[in-house]
Design a protein around this ligand. Sequence first.
Ligand code: ADP
Ligand code: SF4
Length: 684
Amino acid sequence: MGRDSKYDILFEPIQIGPVTAPNRFYQVPHCNVLGHARPRAEAANRAVKAEGGWGVVCTQEVEIHPSADVAPYLEGRLWDERDIPQHRLMTDAVHEHGALAGIELCYNGFHASNLYSRIAPMAPSAAPVHGINPIQARAMNKRDIADVRRWHVEAAKRSRQAGYDIVYVYAGHDMTLLQHFLKPQYNRRSDEYGGSLENRVRFTREVLLDVKEAVGHDCAVAFRFATDELMGPDGLQAESDGRDIVAMLAEIPDLWDVNISDWVNDSSSARFEPNEGYQEVYTAFVKTLTSKPVVGVGRFTSADAMLSQIKRGVLDLIGAARPSIADPFLPRKIDEGRIDEIRECIGCNICVAHDNLVAPIRCTQNPTQGEEWKQGWHPERIDAAVSDDAVLVVGAGPAGLECALQLANRGYAVTLAESAPALGGRISRESALPGMSSYARVRDYREQLLRQKPNVEIYLNNRLSAEDIVALEIPHVLVATGSSWRRDGIGRQHSFPPAGIAGLNIMTPDDIMNGAKLHGRVLIYDDDHYYMGSTLAELCRNQGHEVCLLTPQSCVSMWTENTLEQGKIQARVLSLGIELVVSHRLVELVAGEARIANVYSEQLEQKLTFDSLVMVTSRAPQDELYQALLPLEERFKTLRAIGDCNAPGTVAAAVYDGHAAARSLESEQDFYAPLFAREMPACD
Ligand code: ADP
Ligand code: SF4
């Protein structure tokens, strides 16, 4: 089936300065923690997107000088000539598929702590660096300004040498020196670079003109600019200075790449920005002020939403970071009339979290993300089956669904047995929680493909026992029976059940998601620190309960600092009137009362009353079936526990595990200890 002609406009070539993008699909710069430490993995990661039809594929932010190094974070680097060959890997790989390669040159100013180079960071005016490192940046003098201008020019020339088609000047995400100069909150200078807006824009204008002069004949110069910081008058605003800046620089860059600041706002999770195109309200004005093409983002995953952006004149190019991570082949699927096969981003920000954790990128929806070079995984291709053997997958949560789908793609005859009346496992329960509906895409994408496969048989309402499985005589058995929340309080704080818990009517998240009725004042003890505690608190509050959320950490849902959600979650919890008790742990329970101690002082400080008590501490594998099968292992060619049944974790981890199990079935690869390709630093 070919492309629906209504989408033809998305495939029109677009002139960007001296270069031409083959279509309107534009992978905007995004981090992946491959970068300068893993250049082969970086090149392979970007190449897959070019192969998948993205007309422009960009790097992550690329440091241009050691005086702005983002260590311990790991991005791109182009400090000098020696960095060029690794960029060549990326540009060659992208060009091979007919796409343009863009590089996001970046000077981080006092967003960088220079923990590697140990040079004092620079800022428009002296100030502590972003974050809490005990480091202050010095105010730049005129010589420094001239240096940074020169470093941009030199990096732009190196970019051209490395084969890039689009070179960025970057003033966004509250992360770059040029944006810092634009903001009166950071720029308290009294010279011609401070004070009036005209003066604050001067440095950016100079850098844009410098870079254009240096490489503008061969490369397009893109300007990445945050039009609004969502801080009201305390930051740039689309309705005032943001708009004025666009007007002042309108025709200088060859391309406007616009978004909102900071990263928390730009990459908002679906829990807080459920709709595609959520940035339009802040960026739509840009096209009215410039004749140059405009690219913008908004977690676009549907062809119709993209079409609407172009037709209504909001954007010229559809920018995507996360949608291109979840489905590197999104453009090709639209082009080939395979819209149903698009693996839509769920907005969970697991990708973002691993940038913050300085771990290579991964994605809940796309388990091959980041593994393209390391394990040779391709998002759309998988080795064919090596035998006619049948395979049984038990359990249809994210691990079982992904495993069954990939085994079917390999050509195996797959039987998928699920004890529940519907597919999805934890996804079906959790996607019903407040703000979590997008997670249903993990199930829906896989279910609709599985149901079309002639080599897959799905059995619902089928709780299999070890005897049932032996009787089926299927040689390969993958057990994906998931996990359940513990009722006994064991978790990070408690290696043994807290005193007094025995005999109490304790609720777990599973009980609540299965519809158990709570009564009166609800106490939720969150020793898990991801989304479950706060979403349950929200749910209970919405049901009209008085709710107290107790956590040993110093803030609610602490791990979501990595997914950029923590501040928003805490604000929502407080706005809902949920009582928040942080830095305290349970010591003892007596009916209707929890005694708690401060985790630092160990002082017994308070008693919290409750009518219902919910433990969100940790999960136990539901591995009884697997344990019962283990003594019979010699009857099977393959017997493996996968996903949460093997070790409870994120949905992303379960999908990955299911995928890895499918790839490694009847292969040389040891599922439990695969051999990765590793990039070894040269020791010359
Ligand atoms: P994961 O995240 O590892 O995929 P889930 O908990 O989401 O795990 O899904 C596990 C699924 O396995 C659930 O839908 C559950 O109903 C199903 N299941 C558990 N035990 C059995 C069994 N003995 N036979 C069939 N299905 C089972
Ligand atoms: Fe989207 Fe989540 Fe994948 Fe990131 S990890 S691309 S947010 S599905």
